[in-house]
Design a protein around this ligand. Structure first.
Ligand code: KG4
Ligand code: ZN
Length: 353
């Protein structure tokens, strides 16, 4: 039993996540969400999120330790999201991690939230292959990545030029009168709708866009198209079928994401596609990705929905992988970074700050 025991802390947005892993075995995944406190504002309110993290941090750490049946003193290392995210929210996590590391005399790894979304799949499906394409789709990010076996080596292939996929789900849900966060509501409403009912645009898929933005995404035109369509129907006095709009919008997002992800695999010689981030919990995305990967001979890896949305286990998994690979821990003076490029997977204090 010499696999590293690592506690991961995640506070980049509205989930206080504390996960504990031993090597790539998940021992605990405690999450406290402040989402209900934000719902009436239609989006995450940073100050409310920070306060909620403060209140939830110690109980969530205690809950994770109890679930994993370990004492803090047993830990080999602490990992924490240092960015990207809401700076006030991140600070609660990084300050807690620094305090734990200092108090326990253990190393701390200040890591990139986005890399955690991809590496978390190792907890369910074992080690990642030497090279894989990662499709990372969350509330704040939508990227195609080339992920290497070395956890610290991630090459961006493309990203959204405007809204993130999750942001588009949330905005379209809002205009359909569905609650926040909208992704799960659109997913549910779409089950009763027809994805081919309305032909919404597929951003950046025309041949000239594919030449310049092969692996990039754009969802703001789609969101505007949905808004215009709904307004036009209302102006004409026609009933708007929420399930049909939800299904047709979802189909447009899923079509573009999966088409580009499969192309990236084929063009980069990757036999594996890994999905990560909150939108990877979407049932239609999972189904279409499975169909298209099968046709293309690509192995699809998707964590269960609870590990796709923000959680501490993904940060613990990334921390444990870094420990196993002999990565240098972060200096305790590491900075918290609201903007952190995916190329910086682990921060080494002043070197990266
Ligand atoms: O990764 P995540 O939990 O937080 C960020 O790092 O952003 O992603 C949250 C996003 C939200 O926009 C939410 O609406 C979306 O993930 N989401 C979904 C589903 N579940 C969560 N989008 C579509 N379908 C879902 N089932
Ligand atoms: Zn996330």
């Amino acid at each position: 039993m010499n696999e590293p025991l690592v506690l991961g802390i995640e506070t980049s947005c509205d989930e206080t996540g504390v996960g504990i892993v031993r090597g790539s075995t998940l021992l605990a995944d405690a999450v406290a969400s402040s989402v209900d406190e934000h719902a009436r504002f239609g989006g995450v309110v940073p100050e409310v999120a920070s306060r909620a993290h403060l209140e939830a941090m110690l109980p969530t750490i205690e809950r994770a330790c109890a679930e994993a049946r370990i004492q803090l003193a047993d830990l080999d290392a602490i990992a924490v999201t240092a960015g990207p995210g809401l700076v006030g929210a991140l600070l609660v996590g990084t300050a807690s991690a620094k305090a734990l590391a200092l108090g326990l005399g253990k190393p701390v790894y200040a890591v990139n939230h986005l890399a955690g979304h991809v590496v978390v799949d190792e907890l369910e499906h074992g080690p990642l292959p030497p090279v894989a394409v990662g499709l990372l789709v969350s509330g704040g990010h939508s990227s195609l990545l080339l992920v290497h076996d070395d956890a610290a080596d991630i090459t961006p292939l493309g990203a959204t030029l405007d809204d993130a996929a999750g942001e588009a789900f949330d905005k379209v849900a809002r205009l359909l009168g569905l609650p926040f966060p909208g992704g799960p509501w659109i997913d549910a409403a779409a089950r009763d709708g027809d994805g081919a009912a309305i032909a919404f645009p597929r951003g950046l898929t025309a041949s000239h866009d594919m030449a310049e933005h092969r692996y990039d995404f754009s969802f703001s035109g789609l969101k505007t198209a949905v808004a215009r369509w709904v307004k036009a129907q209302q102006a004409a006095g026609n009933p708007v079928s929420v399930p049909d709009v939800a299904a047709s919008f979802q189909e447009a997002v899923v079509d573009v994401l999966t088409r580009k992800a499969v192309a990236a695999c084929l063009e980069h010689g990757s036999e594996h596609l890994v999905l990560g981030g909150g939108v990877a919990a979407n049932s239609r995305l999972r189904a279409v990705a499975a169909e298209r990967c099968e046709v293309a001979g690509i192995i699809l890896r998707v964590p269960r929905p609870g590990l796709c949305t923000d959680n501490g286990a993904m940060i613990a998994a990334l921390g444990a992988k870094l420990v196993r690979q002999g990565a240098v821990p972060s200096d305790l003076g590491f900075a918290t970074r609201s903007v952190l490029p995916i190329t910086i997977v682990v921060m080494n204090g002043s070197l990266d700050a």
